[in-house]
Design a protein around this ligand. Sequence first.
Ligand code: PLP
Length: 388
Amino acid sequence: MPRARIYMDWNATAPLLSEAREAVLSALDINGNPSSVHGEGRALRAIVESARRDVAALCGAQPAEVTFTSGATEAANMVLTPHFRMGRTPLKLGKLYVSAIEHPAVREGGRFAREMMGEIPVSSAGLVDTGALEALLGAHDRQSGLPMVAVMLANNETGIIQPIAEIAAIVRTHGGLLVVDAVQAAGRVPLSMEALGADFLIVSSHKIGGPKGAGALVARGEVMMPSPLIHGGGQEKGHRSGTENAPAIAGFAAAARMAVGNLEGRMGAIAALRDRLETEMRCQAPDVVIHGADVPRLANTTFFTLPGLKAETGQIAFDLEGVALSAGSACSSGKVGQSHVLTAMGYDPRQGALRISIGESTTQAEIEQCAAVFAKVAARRRASGQAA
Ligand code: PLP
């Protein structure tokens, strides 16, 4: 009998939770439009509004601050724009500063033109260079409009967690707006708009066990809102037109409820599994480089380079042994591109790195099996004379 495959690519997408699946299916069975005033419509409206409360709770925000979108990419494209409104007053932003390790959804800059963008470097440890941020904002031309800064809470490749509260204080001093991509952090670290000091937060359903195709932009106090990306019937208070995808939103909410439950206990168990795997990896290959091991990092992620082993070769070797992991982030073509995150951290990106990302349903047996595959791959590398 073929051995069951082991899924260790939760940062690409988390397996759909049964609770989320059930919520999607039951919402699919309600035949109405959430904007209709009849009973069927009101039933779906109730689901969407209850979901708004759940997603707000996940983000440590108010329900009114949540705008549903088709995912984090859309939320990023919605908020990353020079055109804002404060009530009825239009407001123009001057420039967007993004950290060098942002996910492409943010790094592409949304509706900002290239010449309106600046990059914030990171240290070799993968942390945003706050001195450089200070300098960039200090040199910002206020005449052009307010600055906007985008820094992710946790990186999708390394899992490294940024000191967002410290970054927010700098941004505030310079009168800027802070956008935080919390896609990978949601359900793994507690979120609070207030504690983070973020003006905008971005979250995605499928990274927390909900269905793909739902996400949200959370806007603190709804004080300043971006000009809509999608125009039409005025749903989501005019911020995002189009009939709400109620089934996906319902699934997103079910996953959000699970994501806030026993967070510390869940992450403690996951960290223990990840640490055990890393101990085994270091034992099998003492020269393995674990990126971000010395700074705050998500409990579920290990991003490593085995000197002499190309990430693509490693990924195929693990896959053939039944372990699904990734070489950096998954891009649409399925090809493995060079990691801009490794480049930003000052590593030679040609060799690349492998990412193992686990979650709540990962078992001890799976970790042992993965460690055994790692041992095989490391032994093969030694045999070919590539180990240091
Ligand atoms: N931001 C981060 C950090 C991500 O990891 C991802 C997904 O890979 C996204 C944004 C995009 O999310 P979505 O698939 O919901 O558009």
